[in-house]
Write a protein that binds this ligand. Structure first.
Ligand code: SAM
Ligand code: DTB
Ligand code: SF4
Length: 317
């Protein structure tokens, strides 16, 4: 028996509410499960950048697009640890390592396992996003001390094929199943502003809400339109529709941390404040996402100060 809406019709009805009624409902759900003035901070690091064989239309790291991004080797362990220490010192509680792979080969996974072990030893929560996982790989990551695995559904199944052709929706669901079975926390969300219809934003949230159990962490990305990618010139999403999407995610995924993710750099403080009011309670923190920019930590700290938001406490080292 689930109390939160998860049928497409119920999710669509939320999107149709007057803005004030939607935000009021999101606030009530948020306050029933979380301290509304606390936001979790995760810092990203691209440990393997560029040269990806996949064709995700939004992504600057695909080697199929004209983004002229170099195919770099995997980072060395000391450099990763230095970045993790910096993130910890700045106040992040989770460190997320991303790789531009379709998925890791065993020889790729070995150095990542070492990174997970050592980052965990710094007292940070660990997260990795490495693409599709094969049988046994999630277990190896779990044994190394991984806390979260990020793998996004990205869009509604009806829209997915217009953005990506090299992996299908079921591949993603299979990886999420492996992550869950290995006992890892699931971080799974999507991207909006890719030219999808509202009904397709509904479809994305309905899919996320139907995951059983629901993901612990739900990144809502606003497309960063990168020159050279097929989606570079797509029409910008109405900012208030973005706030609606966050609010609907909060209501449908009541116990999940909803992360205000990519796209924040271009948002005003006022728009971000509306997103926190709508129930977002996590951000990517630090001046880079994977390959694109993110607000400077100082700007985020100043915004939190103005809003009376306290970052979630770091775990003891
Ligand atoms: N290669 C792995 C994979 O795709 O599963 C992991 C890294 S991939 C860059 C992680 C996520 O970043 C994607 O699923 C997508 O949701 C997000 N992303 C990539 N490019 C983006 C962009 N331009 N704007 C917003 N989100 C983006
Ligand atoms: C997620 O949902 N968003 C992050 C993280 N998970 C890996 C990545 C955003 C990437 C934005 C484009 C870039 O910086 O390359
Ligand atoms: Fe590769 Fe991931 Fe980018 Fe897709 S989103 S092209 S899989 S790095």
């Amino acid at each position: 028996m689930h109390e939160s809406p998860r049928s497409a019709a119920a999710v669509a009805a939320l999107f149709e509410l007057p803005f004030a009624d939607l935000l009021y409902q999101a606030q009530m759900v948020h306050r029933a499960h979380f301290d509304p003035n606390r936001v979790q901070l995760s810092t990203l690091l691209s440990i393997k950048t560029g040269g990806c064989p996949e064709d995700c239309g939004y992504c600057p790291q695909s080697r199929r697009h004209g983004t002229a991004m170099a195919d770099e080797p995997i980072m060395d362990l000391p450099s990763v640890l230095e970045a993790a220490r910096r993130a910890r010192a700045a106040g992040a509680t989770r460190f997320c390592m991303g790789a531009a792979w379709r998925g890791p080969k065993q020889k790729d996974l070995e150095p990542v396992l070492a990174m997970v072990r050592e980052v965990k030893a710094l007292g940070l929560e660990t997260c990795a996003t490495l693409g599709l996982l094969r049988d046994g790989q999630a277990e190896q990551l779990k044994d190394a001390g991984l806390d979260y695995y990020n793998h996004n559904l990205d869009s509604a199944p009806e829209f997915y094929g217009e953005v990506i052709t090299t992996r299908d929706y079921q591949d993603r669901l299979d990886t999420l199943g492996r992550v869950r079975s290995a006992g890892l926390n699931v971080c799974c969300g999507g991207i909006v502003g890719m030219g999808e219809a509202r009904s397709q934003r509904v479809g994305l949230i309905a899919q996320l809400a139907a995951l059983e159990p629901q993901p612990e962490s739900v990144p809502i990305n606003l497309l960063v339109r990168v020159e050279g990618t097929p989606l570079a010139d797509v029409q910008a999403l109405d900012p208030l529709e973005f706030v609606r999407t966050v609010a609907v995610a909060r209501i449908c995924l009541p116990k999940s941390h909803v992360r205000l993710s990519a796209g924040r750099e271009a948002m005003s403080d006022e728009l971000q404040a509306l997103c926190f009011l709508a129930g977002a309670n996590s951000i990517f923190y630090g001046d880079r996402l994977l390959t694109t920019g993110n607000p400077e930590a100082d700007r985020d700290r100043a915004l939190f100060e103005r809003l009376g938001i306290t970052p979630a406490q770091a775990v003891a080292p």
